[in-house]
Design a protein around this ligand. Structure first.
Ligand SMILES: Nc1ncnc2c1ncn2[C@@H]1O[C@H](COP(=O)(O)OP(=O)(O)OP(=O)(O)O)[C@@H](O)[C@H]1O
Length: 594
């Protein structure tokens, strides 16, 4: 460790290596573990304790059936324990490490899939789900097979769907017709038009008399979607409905926040749940829709001749779940988070979009003067400006951070011919809604906001965004923010102000690329999955003591296949009591059903 101007060795351990003939684990050339000393326990002491534990280890300690272990070319658990603590050579240590990583992933996959199966009511559904995950393939329903409501709706849209929007709708509708609840992730860059795809999926189930729920992370977004959908289709029902209307089936579609998954909200026939920007919701929260089963025997609200296969079989079925995310989640992360999920990607943008010009500016006096000049030009040209701040109020602890409330007066004075609005998370929801409405209709031209606007806010003629203290945000997050401009036909700009010259270079990547998938990967490498997914979601990625998600993706895939295999033999794991006991010990949550 470095102390002032020199290095110091604070903790050390000396082992004397014996000659080649020595067979002890101190022998020359033989790898051996160095245990971190903790709480006064020295590495050598730990090594002795581990050695006696190994002596007492029974040979048959393995809860995973031997056939699985052999299929994947792994050592037994007994050999792995010896191999990791007292390897004869580095290959043995590596193999042991592989087995232990496999176990970490395997129990995770087994737990997630077990939980999914548990939430399904019937054997047909369970077999169907396992089958689907064993042979993931992409199928699509041709437009002729869509419900007439969906087709009419597509015709009435003020624009044509892009090729990948059409493909996405077809894939989803195909899934909606299967006798297994869909568990699909719709991914696409900011502004690519995911909302309409999800909305059409809702129309498809509503067209056959079922209900749809659309869950978004903020009230602001719920209201925005509600108004947007209402404009598109006047008959879409109220946001502020009475929960009892959902229970009676008088409402076909509800848009709301996480309040939708409350136990007290009962649906009469919920067939699809759309979860917008799912990485803001926990996996468990999202899974709660699974308990909102509907009774297919009662039939849909407008029981028509149009019933499909799903309505004829068993009585209860979990709703289809469609999650949407603008942050691409690599397959490995999706497996770690969900156990499994089908992926649909929108790869193109609606036509006519002009790329957003991005500038990275250092936040000194000169930099700010330049930015204010660009703002003035934009306002004089009838543009609208977002000013994004990392915090609402100035704080004594972090005086270098610009704050939205604190800047309001100064910005209003500087741009005195124009009107400013304020939008942040501490405002009441009707105040937020009001502020956004005023900005949308042009009553205010400058909106000082916090990152509440990061997700989903859609004001197509907003043409300039300035982000203060941009170094406080992740790359993927900044890309999301930037996606709030350039959504219409107006040429737009986005300026990221970096307060330190150090952070300038990290932000430069945003100048070079506008590809959200690429930028999310950069973030993944720079800051790890936790930052990419946000706190809530990453809380559901378990901590792996040995494995590293970024590096050990192949083993995760193998562990997934192994878990599918065993659950295929026994859905409730009753045929593998040792394994079930081990799983409940490692993942008690999944056994509590939460
Ligand atoms: N095919 C299309 N042609 C023209 N405009 C479209 C098309 N599809 C969607 N739009 C419009 O593009 C804008 C962005 O769409 P939408 O809000 O669905 O994007 P999104 O993928 O949900 O983005 P975000 O992740 O930023 O919320 C909306 O104003 C929408 O009406």
């Amino acid at each position: 460790m470095k102390t002032k101007d020199h290095y110091e060795m604070r903790e050390y351990n000396i082992d004397v290596l014996e000659d080649d003939k020595d067979s002890s684990f101190h022998a020359k050339g033989r790898p051996y573990p160095i245990y971190p000393s903790k709480g006064g326990l020295k590495p050598n002491f730990l090594r002795d304790i581990v050695a006696s534990a190994l002596q007492a280890l029974p040979v048959n300690v393995d809860p995973i059936p031997r056939s699985i272990i052999q299929d994947f070319g792994l050592p037994s658990l007994y050999d792995a324990y010896y191999g990791i603590h007292q390897p004869k050579d580095i290959n043995e240590a590596d193999l042991a490490r592989r087995r232990l990583i496999f176990d970490e992933f395997f129990y995770l996959q087994l737990g997630r899939l077990f939980q999914m199966l548990e939430s399904l009511g019937t054997k047909i559904e369970k077999d169907g789900l396992l089958d689907k995950y064993r042979k993931p393939e992409s199928n699509a329903a041709y437009m002729q097979e869509w419900s007439s409501l969906t087709r009419e709706f597509v015709k009435a849209l003020p624009y044509s769907l892009t090729a990948s929007q059409l493909k996405a709708v077809s894939e989803i509708i195909w899934d909606l017709k299967q006798p297994v609840p869909m568990n699909r992730l719709l991914q696409g860059d900011v502004g690519c038009g995911k909302t309409i795809v999800a909305f059409l999926a809702c129309m498809e189930v509503i067209g056959s008399g079922y209900q749809a729920a659309f869950m978004v992370p903020t009230e602001l977004l719920a209201i925005q979607h509600y108004e947007h959908f209402n404009n598109l289709l006047k008959s879409v029902e109220e946001v502020e409905c009475k929960p009892s209307d959902l229970q009676t089936g008088d409402i076909s579609m509800v848009i709301g926040t996480h309040s939708l998954i409350a136990e007290s909200v009962e649906f009469s026939a919920l067939r699809i749940a759309v979860v917008d920007e799912q990485h803001r919701f926990g996996v468990i929260q999202r899974g709660r829709f699974n308990s909102k089963l509907y009774n297919t025997a009662l039939g849909p609200r407008f029981a028509t001749a149009n019933l499909d296969e799903t309505s004829k079989g068993d009585n209860y079925m979990a709703p289809h779940v469609l999650a949407m995310s603008a942050t691409p989640i690599p397959r490995t992360l999706a497996l770690a988070l969900y156990g499994d999920v089908s992926l649909t990607q929108i790869t193109d943008l609606p036509p006519g979009r002009i790329p957003v010009e991005t500038l990275i500016v250092e936040g000194n006096d000169h930099g700010f003067e330049n930015v204010y000049k660009i703002m003035l030009d934009e306002l004089q040209g009838e543009g609208k400006v977002y000013l994004v701040y990392p915090v609402i109020e100035q704080s004594e602890q972090l005086p270098q951070l610009r704050a939205a409330s604190a800047d309001f007066e100064a910005i209003s004075t500087r741009f005195w011919g124009y009107r400013c609005g304020l939008l942040h998370g501490k405002m009441k929801s009707d105040e937020k809604d009001e502020a956004l409405k005023r900005f949308r209709c042009g009553e205010t031209q400058i909106l000082l906001a916090t990152q509440v606007i990061e997700i989903g806010v859609d004001v197509p003629d907003a043409s300039l965004m300035v982000v203060m203290n941009a170094e406080r945000f992740g790359i993927a997050q900044l890309h999301q923010l930037r996606g709030r401009v350039g959504r219409g036909s107006r040429k737009s700009k986005c300026i990221f102000i970096a307060s330190t010259s150090n952070s300038l270079s990290r932000l430069k990547v945003l100048e070079k690329s506008s590809d959200g998938f690429y930028l999310a990967n950069v973030d993944l490498l720079l800051r790890g999955p936790g930052d990419l997914l946000g706190k809530k979601q990453s809380g559901h990625i378990p901590e792996f003591p040995i494995a590293r998600l970024e590096a050990d993706g192949n083993l995760l895939q193998e562990a997934h296949v192994a878990a599918l295999k065993l659950l295929g033999v026994s859905h409730d794991l009753e045929k593998f009591p040792l394994l079930k006991a081990e799983l409940s010990m490692r993942q008690p949550l999944s056994f509590l059903g939460d």
